[in-house]
Design a protein around this ligand. Structure first.
Ligand code: GLU
Length: 444
């Protein structure tokens, strides 16, 4: 049981896609379950439209979660867990304001101490608490860490040890009673039976805290694997809030979902960047132990070239529904003919228009005689893949032209372009009447 747990506070970027895909693909490969869990307890920053966009972007990548949960709908479970922690003396009220905490941290820094919460609130007497509450102060609630060494065998990083004595007791519940991400995440990972958590290495410290909370709740922690983070080519970290390298923008730029997925998963690993035919093929390449420890730069150029390479290898059956939706006909023969020339999928539509819609032959005055003579040599139908070769041989023999002077005017007349798919494949798709008309500079 694996999960992807984004907060719906912005559009997913390729770094989020890396996390989502690693989880989804490991689940897929192992016959496990993959859930999408929206970390939306921060009502000030979460937005329904981002939650919708996340599900849509995952669908675009080809990921269909087995279930979707919203933490905002599970608050009662978190309240119950908080009550248990309070009863066990592991969750205590603290009354410092943000300003007071900031002041404490500043003083600690000037004394050369780490800015760790001093647990002053733990020492408050009942009467002192009552006095603070009488002033109108509301508590936030901190988890009392055990101050021990928390260890786990990380799927990417190997054996890990964190001394929780070096950490501040984490705030689990805000002053207004709302939950920060930590407790809901722990409660859900236990309740939902998550067995492996794959997430970014920015969560390594959280993991130590979460293992302590899981222990305090009597649960068995899952296994953890923290992957390296992707950055912009400049080295700057990716931000959902700033809209860096969003899946939406890559999709709008015409990038292929399988190319984005392959790049998101393979960049920053010891495996070469390579096009894949399907998510199953990509799942077969996933190996947590191949993920590097250092942050990895993500170059959008890599996706662009991978998009072209992906298209060049996509089998017709995979793209048939998309071709149909785009109004592109010609079946497998057309796809085979053009796929090697596509930079983006939409190029298939332009080639289809060039083949199947009436357009005037692009004939330069100097070539008109040559092309009309070539038209006269066109064999009768039916045409097949060998027609072009036989015809061009005859044209060559009669005109005496060769090389560019022979091929170029013909390609221009037939397609209106300088380069493109092999004419041998296009000719049968275009048909004799159209080819003959275009060679004569007419509309065909
Ligand atoms: N909402 C957290 C994040 O997006 C979830 C981390 C986790 O996977 O537990 O970073």
């Amino acid at each position: 049981m694996l999960r992807f747990a984004p907060s719906p506070t912005g559009l997913l970027h390729v770094g989020n896609a890396r996390t989502a895909l690693l989880n989804a693909l490991l689940a897929r490969r192992g016959g496990g379950t993959f859930i999408l869990r929206l970390d939306d307890t921060d009502t000030a920053r979460s937005r329904a439209e981002y939650a919708d966009a996340i599900a849509e972007d995952l669908a675009w990548l080809g990921i269909a979660p087995d279930a979707i949960y919203r933490q905002s709908e599970r608050l009662a479970q978190y309240a119950q867990a908080a009550a248990r922690l309070k009863a066990a003396g592991r969750l205590y009220p603290a009354y410092e304001t943000e300003d007071e905490l900031e002041l404490k941290r500043r003083l600690q820094r000037t004394r050369g101490l780490p800015p760790v919460y001093d647990r002053a609130a733990l020492a408050l007497t009942e009467a002192q608490r009552a006095a603070l509450e009488a002033q109108g102060r509301r508590p936030h609630w901190r988890f009392r860490l055990d101050h021990r060494t928390v260890s786990w065998d990380d799927g990417v990083r190997g054996p890990q040890q964190v001394e929780t004595a070096s950490l501040s007791d984490p705030v689990l519940v805000r002053e207004d009673g709302s939950f920060l991400y930590t407790l809901p995440s722990v409660v859900d990972d236990l309740a939902m039976g998550v067995t492996l958590v794959v997430r970014g290495e920015d969560h390594v410290t959280n993991t130590a805290v979460q293992i302590e909370i899981m222990d305090a709740l009597g649960g068995t922690p899952p296994r953890f694997a923290h992957h390296n983070l992707l950055t912009l080519p400049s080295g700057e970290g990716l931000s959902k809030r700033l809209g860096h390298l969003s899946l939406r923008a890559l999709r709008e730029a015409g990038e292929e979902p399988l190319a984005v997925a392959a790049a998101a998963v393979l960049v920053g690993t010891s495996q070469p960047l390579q096009p894949v035919e399907s998510l199953d093929a990509l799942a077969a390449l996933v190996d947590l132990s191949h993920i590097s420890r250092a942050p990895a730069r993500f170059d959008p150029q890599d996706v662009t070239s991978l998009t072209a390479r992906t298209l060049h290898g996509l089998p017709y059956d995979t793209v048939a529904p998309r071709l149909a939706a785009a109004g592109v006909g010609g079946g497998a023969a057309f796809w085979q003919a053009v796929r090697g020339n596509l930079a983006v999928f939409a190029d298939a539509s332009s080639w289809w228009a060039a083949c199947a819609m009436a357009q005037a032959g692009d004939v330069a005055a100097d070539d008109a005689g040559f092309l009309a003579a070539a038209a006269a040599l066109l064999p009768p139908e039916p045409w097949d893949g060998a027609t072009y070769g036989a015809w061009i041989k005859a044209v060559k023999a009669e005109s005496g032209r060769a090389g560019k002077a022979l091929f170029h005017p013909i390609r221009r007349a037939l397609t209106g372009r300088e380069t493109g798919p092999e004419l041998a494949s296009l000719l049968p798709l275009m048909g004799r009447a159209r080819v003959a008309a275009r060679l004569r500079g007419e509309v065909g």
